[in-house]
Design a protein around this ligand. Structure first.
Ligand SMILES: [Zn+2]
Length: 320
């Protein structure tokens, strides 16, 4: 192919003056002038390639005889410009690429860089990219899609993180998306199983209230609101509770079964807002309910998260 069709990438840190080799993206013909030392330090595959004579054509898929540009050997790699741009930058010291953000604009791009890092045995880069894969900005918007994408690459720890985010929406409300084709029915089954088990664990928190150690709270104290319900709290003590609060715990139980995560019973959640509205009707509860429910729900949410932490599902293996 003629050099005219090849783009020369001279963005940071690819400066020709310091470069001693050119990396070319095979699929879209972009040349990156780079420094071998950084690449060799990051990748044993590159280190081995550079240690072999570079005027011969037998070196992996990389060098070819006589293929030079501006006095530098050209090493052709399969990946496209976007993937190589990030991969190569990851080999450089952080201070040299600090202005190159975002290195990981999308989850797909991050996965492509991860695959390349694995292929070239860049252990340090691979570790860093794995941490990026579970960034909330990639998962929050569509956790099921993120789950499918990381499962495609058998990244089970990351899949578990994504699965945790899927708990925020009811399992039956999940819609079809093309990425689901990447996972097996077995993997999808395990995801559903996880949701069900987390639902049971979270529901349990609303049923067994022995984690409540604070006996104050207008729902325990207000004589005007007292209903027929009694609950057991820490230390095997039993307490009368306000009708609105007993209703709230029933709503919370149902919501947690559907969406087992702390946010379901957080102060901003629908069930809590409904409870506060009901309490606001009472002259006694009105003045304290928001502050006290805020404290209570912070604890409640944390207990739900703790309960979900204990749920184990192996996404990489059959359930047995
Ligand atoms: Zn009251």
């Amino acid at each position: 192919m003629a050099d005219a069709a090849i783009i020369y990438n001279t963005e940071t840190p690819f400066t020709h003056d310091a470069a001693d080799i050119i990396v070319r993206s095979m699929s879209d013909n972009v040349d990156f002038p780079v420094q071998k030392a950084f690449l060799a330090a990051a990748s044993v595959v590159f280190q081995d390639m550079f240690s072999l004579p570079q005027n011969e054509s037998h070196i992996g898929s990389g060098f070819s005889a006589g293929n030079m540009k501006n006095g530098l050997h050209i090493m052709t790699l399969d990946e496209d410009e976007e993937t190589l741009g990030t991969l190569l930058r990851m080999c450089y010291p952080r201070w040299m690429v600090i202005d190159c953000e975002p290195l990981f604009p999308t989850l797909e791009h991050t996965l492509a860089v991860f695959t390349a890092a694995k292929k070239y045995a860049m252990d340090g880069v691979e570790r860093e990219v794995r941490a990026v894969l579970v960034a909330p900005r990639f998962i929050e918007q569509n956790p099921l899609r993120a789950f499918a994408l990381v499962m495609r690459d058998n990244l089970y720890d990351e899949a578990k993180t994504c699965a945790r985010y899927t708990l925020r929406t009811p399992i039956l409300s999940k819609v079809y998306m093309p990425e689901l084709e990447y996972i097996t029915a077995g993997a999808y089954y395990r995801l559903q199983k996880y949701h069900v088990l987390c639902g049971i664990a979270a529901e349990g928190v609303s049923q067994d209230l022995r984690w409540i150690t604070n006996e104050s709270g207008t729902w325990f104290e207000c004589a005007l609101c007292r209903g027929n319900s009694v609950v057991g709290i820490s230390g095997d003590r039993r307490k009368w509770v306000a009708k609105w609060w007993a209703d709230f715990m029933v709503e919370a139980k149902n919501a947690l079964r559907e969406r087992p995560c702390g946010a379901t019973v957080g102060i901003g959640s629908e069930v809590v807002q409904m409870a506060i509205e009901k309490a606001n009707v009472c002259v006694t509860c009105r003045s304290k309910v928001f502050r006290e429910m805020f404290q209570f729900c912070t604890l409640f949410s944390a207990e739900v998260e703790k309960a979900i932490d204990t749920v184990e599902v192996e996404f990489g293996a059959p359930l047995g």
